[in-house]
Write a protein that binds this ligand. Structure first.
Ligand code: SF4
Length: 229
């Protein structure tokens, strides 16, 4: 039987709490009947992050899926881990984000994922979430996408057009560590992806390189409504 949206939200927000990019999710409290006071906190998927201008914002922090074809020894979602697996469709993530936003629970989305089918397929699905939020639903809230290092450069580039922030996991501090604990991953490739991302961010902010208005690319907290690139 297919799990309810709420059950999947519980699993996929819990799975996302290990990502330290914004680690304050997982707190919940509820006013008991008859108890004095005001308000309650829901634990499922709401975390806080600081924008470069110092604002603290609430984000819906979830994984698209906790299925993964890789078996990194340090990760709860590794393929050999005996955990309950589930996934959201692109449409479901968009719906939850818009609903939470309208109810004022969040100001944005932090989306990461296990790798399903291939890096490109996974990244394509994540880009589709951001693209549809921006272009179809005119969502101007904050979007942080965790990129898949092996994904094709054109997908990372498109992600940068819609996301306010992109990040890549360093995974392990040394090449030897990565070889021992995540032998399917390539340290050189991860460094290459980080370098390419950095170049894109620098290019987008440097008018002197092209002489034209810089193309929008993951501008952090800078607010802009121009998602056409
Ligand atoms: S690729 Fe990412 S999600 Fe998959 S096992 Fe490795 S660290 Fe975990």
């Amino acid at each position: 039987m297919k799990k309810t949206l709420a059950a999947r939200l519980e699993i996929l927000s819990d799975a996302a709490k290990y990502d330290a990019s914004c680690a304050s999710s997982g707190v919940s409290s509820k006013k008991k009947p008859g108890e004095e006071g005001l308000g309650s906190k829901a634990s499922n998927g709401i975390c806080h992050a600081y924008t470069p201008d110092g604002r603290c914002i609430s984000l819906l922090k979830i994984l698209m899926t906790n299925f993964c074809i890789y078996d990194c020894a340090y990760c709860i979602n590794r393929s050999s881990s005996k955990i309950e697996r589930t996934r959201f469709s692109v449409e479901e993530i968009i719906w939850i984000t818009l609903e939470f936003y309208r109810r004022n629970y969040i100001e944005g989305l932090f989306l990461s994922s296990g790798v399903i089918r291939s890096s490109d397929y996974t990244m394509e699905e994540m880009v589709r979430v951001a693209r549809e939020l921006r272009l179809k639903h005119h969502f101007h809230g904050y979007i942080h996408l965790k990129t898949i290092p092996d994904a094709a450069p054109h997908l990372i580039e498109e992600a940068g057009l819609y996301a306010d922030r992109l990040s890549i996991n360093v995974e392990m501090p040394t090449d030897d560590g990565l070889a021992a604990y995540a032998p399917e991953k390539d340290a050189g490739h991860i460094r290459q992806s980080m370098g390419a991302l950095r170049l894109k961010i620098e290019e987008s902010g440097d008018r002197s390189l092209t002489g034209r208005k810089p193309r929008r690319f993951a501008p952090g907290a800078e607010h802009t409504n121009d998602y056409r690139g």
